[in-house]
Design a protein around this ligand. Sequence first.
Ligand code: SF4
Length: 375
Amino acid sequence: MHLYLHIPFCRQACHYCDFHFSTNTSNKRAVVEAIVSEIILRKDYLPKADIETIYFGGGTPSMLDGEELHLLLDTINQHFTVATNAEITLEANPDDLHRDKLQQLYNAGINRLSIGIQSFHEPHLKFLNRVHSALEGEHCVKIAQEIGINNISIDLIYAIPAPDHSILMQDIQKTFALNISHISAYCLTIEPQTAFGSWLKKKKIKPIDEEYAAQQFEILVKTLAENGYEQYEISNFARNGHYSLHNSSYWKQKPYLGVGPSAHSYNGVSREYNVSNNARYVEAIQKQIIPATLETLTPADQTNEYLLTGLRTKWGVNKEKLELLSGNSFYSVHRADLEKLSEKNWIREDAANWYLTDSGKLFADRISSDLFIEE
Ligand code: SF4
């Protein structure tokens, strides 16, 4: 099974971010203790099985101090069996990752870091309102590797407005120089409930130029492929099979338990969404109540989610599974659409699966939604 912990605190709000987090850390300890209680309350959510992956996401989990991290890991170990080779990832920001902290994480058993680098270009970091400097981004990767954490992923953001593609190329080259085995590359998007969203409304910034974004994506895909990175999911690239096992489990529809404010859980038939409010989360958990909304997934929901996530991966979507999930309605509804998409060279098939082609990857969400089934 797979376990996700949401640590909902950040030092400052990045201008593009609409994840759930708070910059008020006054109740950090109370939230951590509530997550500890939730782990215990939810220990039977999924059938008993060894934990294969643990993922500390956020927010900024590198803001946990050593004691808080141990408290969480000790609770997990007391109530679950963690596989000896489990992947244990912690999302971290460079400004937290000084040598002592990295040593502490390594000693605690964190064996994979997902570092929020976003760019190695100082003005771009300022534009995004990141706390860290370009130099801190570079240094923390080197120190982590010296200490022995070699399974490192970095986040990069592309389509940041710039006169040409040279800064993106510099970011990619820096990634190669640092010998980083996994890259998650996300297109800058402007979400309504963010600083960028409000500036866009007031016309202080321009919308993201779609053509420029598509060009940057093509540069990324091409340059990374030429340098040995496999695009195993549209936004995720790995060298030498260093896939994120945790994220792959989501894309493969594996059940998982998510704890903490705003975390989601999935057991194969329903999803649960924890409240996205730290104070309300703590209050409910203190009363032994899980503050979650339950959504039972219909055959259409299950089919559509499978299409949305599965088509983005190198594993594609399985033909038999589509029929099974949709109650044998998928092909009767979409035979003609599949033919059209094949003719456009946006999808391809083999005996078992459907996959996006390279040109189809540019229109992934549109293709999935064209293949959605209705209730
Ligand atoms: S991008 Fe990461 S560090 Fe920035 S506000 Fe969002 S969760 Fe926090």
